[in-house]
Design a protein around this ligand. Structure first.
Ligand SMILES: O=C(O)c1cccc(C(=O)CC[C@H]2O[C@@H](n3cnc4c(=O)[nH]cnc43)[C@H](O)[C@@H]2O)c1
Length: 250
């Protein structure tokens, strides 16, 4: 939240929010929900699209590039004295049928690195069981609740994978390891790791474009999912803008 007016800073008490999508069409679908003009701001390797108190970045596909792009944006904001209050990872996703149908919106109550670990003869071991790091980030409960209430979105786990699921067997395996998961995508955990390094709360919002399962790329309903993303952000804009730091950990 920017409380002070200085040259080049926003004069506002509304939350300063970074939205990270994978690709530009997702970023533009989010931007369409807002009426303020878009101003482009160049960062090392990335361009921010600024609309009001919201900055949008097409952070790239996959957790590594998404983490690096998000970290750049967070660091640049901190260095100019206007740190973000909240990071939102947004975009399209695969939905676990029948729980998250195509066209539905999902707000993550858990952002899970689903393939970060080791395969063993007895099954998959998360990296935490190998003694390293973390495999999940939990968005603030009150924010998840308010976003879901504003949009009618489903709430549940959103898995981050580096390889898009392409078979029924893999989909079933992921759901058996994560029974609460509603969707899979490729950036959430990377974005969340960057946010965590800055102590910034994070949430993930996904519109379902395809079922998780046997690969059928031509059947992906990308247009419908992008429209659901625009509609969802139109409804949740007031919730994001009124997000305040004291809501953390609630
Ligand atoms: O081809 C297009 O027009 C197009 C438009 C918007 C987005 C795309 C993408 O390919 C985005 C890739 C992005 O989508 C997420 N995603 C969507 N479905 C799945 C899935 O079943 N499993 C994992 N990830 C999925 C993911 O976050 C990708 O980064 C294309």
């Amino acid at each position: 939240m920017v409380l002070q007016a200085r040259e080049g800073f926003l004069i506002t008490s509304r939350a300063h929010v970074l939205v990270a999508t994978a690709v530009p069409v997702e970023r533009d679908a989010v931007a369409e929900a807002f009426t303020s003009p878009v101003v482009e701001v160049t960062l090392p390797g990335r361009t921010l699209h600024r609309t009001g108190t919201l900055d949008l970045v097409a952070a790239g596909v996959g957790p590594a590039l998404a983490a690096s792009s998000t970290a750049s944006a967070l660091t640049a904001a901190a260095l100019r004295g206007a740190p973000y209050d909240l990071v939102v990872c947004a975009g399209i996703a695969g939905g676990f049928a029948p729980h998250a149908p195509v066209g539905s919106l999902v707000v993550a109550d858990d952002i899970v690195a689903a393939d970060l670990g080791a395969e063993t003869p007895d099954g998959f071991l998360p990296v935490t069981e190998l003694g390293f790091g973390t495999v999940g980030h939990r968005p603030p409960e009150s924010l998840v609740r308010d976003l879901a209430a504003a949009t009618g979105a489903l709430t549940g786990g959103v898995l981050t994978v580096s390889t898009v699921t392409g078979s029924a067997a893999r989909a079933a395996e992921l759901r058996s390891r994560h029974p609460h998961a509603l969707a899979e995508a490729m950036e959430g955990f990377g974005v969340a790791e960057a946010a965590a390094a800055h102590g910034t709360p994070v949430v993930e919002i996904r519109a379902v474009s395809n079922p998780v399962g046997p690969r059928d790329r031509v059947a992906w309903r990308i247009g419908d999912a992008l429209a659901a993303l625009t509609e969802g952000f139109g409804k949740l804009a007031p919730v994001l803008e009124s997000w305040t730091q004291h809501d953390r950990n609630q």
